[in-house]
Design a protein around this ligand. Structure first.
Ligand SMILES: Nc1ncnc2c1ncn2[C@@H]1O[C@H](COP(=O)(O)OP(=O)(O)OP(=O)(O)O)[C@@H](O)[C@H]1O
Length: 476
């Protein structure tokens, strides 16, 4: 069996030699070129498992090679060697389609990690990026033109290390897309860790992200790994990244740039190999303008932007989405059927909570459905009623201060009195839900993490319900 072949393009003899020796020791065959012209000649003759090019070459920029390889029908991963401290070059190269980069002075451990990762992509047995992988385990449903294009982008982005910033409304599928990118990448065998940046109390953030040594602070009884360690070799998703406090943004930027983290209480840093995917439903560029988000971190995270369209812009997908969800909800049993007009009715709805709301609507409809057939009457869509609800600030004002424990503000309807049946069960349930959530929020001074704990639901669920019911934090 022949060894994988790597092309090194560098005009600095010392560095070229160092790269060659390291790669040969890894059992690889190496060709070396000093100029773009020589590199092109090699590329015309051979297929490579990886190309490693310096940025500055006597007859042009390594970036040209990145673009040429990207435009060719070969999918050879190409990595660039960037000058010390030129984070901008690395970002430009990644944007142009480079698989990854190493900075000068080259740290050999980092180089080896990067090469291994590239080789996994090129290995013939690799499932990553192959049509076989595309056919299996995908939970991302949708055949509309926007979803097809999203899938193509996912496929392409899975083959690089470039940080990706996913934008999209809440519930539109950002996390699912991030998982899909991971599952199709050479990192698929390693962990995917999703972190909700808005759910971690500020005082614990550093410990959660970077870990700590035993005895680093009171209560640190044992050494603990942080998210970066947990995601080592895999993908770290920073969800709701706009919620990161500024002090943490600085530390995160450092960790991402250096690819090293230092546990609290440790004297040295440890290398971590983590691909970063960030997501937010806020406008990050706007957060930069208002000073809430650091420009340098934005630049670092936003190398590739991926936008997940809201469900109302891809209503063509409703049929397959509903089909897929009903099949999942049915498990091994027979999926529920849809009565006439159900799909048409769903199509008239704007789904402010996107696919997550569709899931909830179907789950609820299924509970009401007779004989496994969902009828229009089983759907409880908000429609115009959402706009008629009292503004959230007023709603909050109504419940503050919190009612005394045990008080039952839900006196309009009592199950023991059949004459007082609510005129609309969905409205009534919504009202109950709103009041209980507001009570928990008031009790915790609007700390959503604690309120979610009190209610025995996840932070995400609480956030979603708050959005659905238009419950906002009071100003000031
Ligand atoms: N295209 C899709 N096909 C199937 N299920 C989907 C799709 N998009 C989203 N979902 C489902 O909808 C729910 C919400 O998706 P997800 O958590 O990825 O959204 P999100 O944009 O990350 O939400 P948030 O902004 O609240 O974090 C999940 O249960 C997910 O599996």
């Amino acid at each position: 069996m022949t060894s994988p072949r790597v092309l090194v393009v560098d005009d600095e003899a010392d560095l070229r030699e160092l790269l060659e020796i390291t790669l040969v020791r890894m059992g690889l065959d190496v060709d070396s070129a000093e100029t773009l012209r020589e590199a092109r000649a090699f590329l015309a003759q051979n297929d490579y498992a990886l190309i490693l090019t310096d940025m500055r070459l006597p007859d042009g920029l390594g970036l040209e090679l990145v673009q040429e390889v990207g435009a060719s029908n070969k999918s050879t991963p190409i990595a660039v060697v960037t000058a010390y401290g030129s984070a901008e070059n690395a970002v430009v190269a990644l944007k142009a389609g480079a698989f990854d980069y190493v900075s000068k002075p080259v740290v050999l451990d980092d180089l080896r990690v990067m090469v291994q990762s590239a080789l996994r992509l090129s290995a013939p047995s690799s499932q990553a990026g192959s049509p076989a992988a595309a056919g299996t385990a995908s939970r991302l449903i949708g055949e509309s033109a926007v979803m097809q294009s999203l899938r193509n982008q996912i496929e392409r982005l899975a083959r690089s290390m470039a940080p990706i910033a996913i934008t999209g409304e809440s519930g539109s599928g950002k996390e699912l897309v991030a998982r899909e990118i991971h599952a199709r990448s050479s990192r698929a065998g390693k962990p995917f860790i999703a972190v909700n940046c808005g759910a971690i109390p500020e005082a614990l953030m550093e410990a959660e992200f970077f870990g700590y040594r035993k005895g680093a602070f009171t209560g640190a009884a044992d050494e603990r790994d942080g998210f970066f360690h947990a995601a080592n070799g895999g993908t770290l998703m920073l969800d709701e990244v706009a919620d990161l406090p500024l002090a943490m943004q600085v530390k995160l930027l450092r960790a991402i740039q250096e690819r090293r983290v230092r546990k609290i209480g440790a004297t040295s840093e440890e290398p971590v190999d983590v691909r970063i995917i960030s997501a937010t439903h806020q406008n990050l560029a706007q957060c930069v303008e208002t000073g809430k988000f650091r420009q340098d971190l934005f630049y670092r995270l936003n190398v590739i932007e991926l936008s997940v369209p809201p469900l109302r812009e891809r209503l063509d997908d409703l049929g397959v989405l509903v089909g897929g969800m009903l099949a999942r909800l049915a498990g091994a049993g027979q999926p529920a059927a849809l009565g006439p007009q159900v799909l048409d009715t769903l199509r008239t709805y704007s789904f402010p909570g996107n696919v997550r709301e569709l899931e909830n609507v179907l789950e609820r409809a299924l509970a009401f459905a007779n004989d496994g057939v969902i009828e229009v009457g089983d759907l409880s869509l908000k429609g115009a009623r959402v706009a008629e609800q009292a503004p959230a600030a007023e709603a909050v004002a109504q419940v503050a201060p919190a009612p005394p424990a045990g008080a039952a503000p839900l006196a309009r309807f009592s199950p023991g009195a059949p004459a007082e049946l609510p005129s609309s069960l969905p409205d009534y349930l919504e009202q109950v839900e709103r009041e209980i959530i507001l009570r928990a929020l008031t009790q915790t001074q609007f700390n959503r993490t604690q309120a979610a704990l009190l209610l025995g639901i996840s932070f995400r669920q609480l956030r979603y319900q708050m959005q659905k019911l238009d419950i906002q934090e009071p100003e000031g």
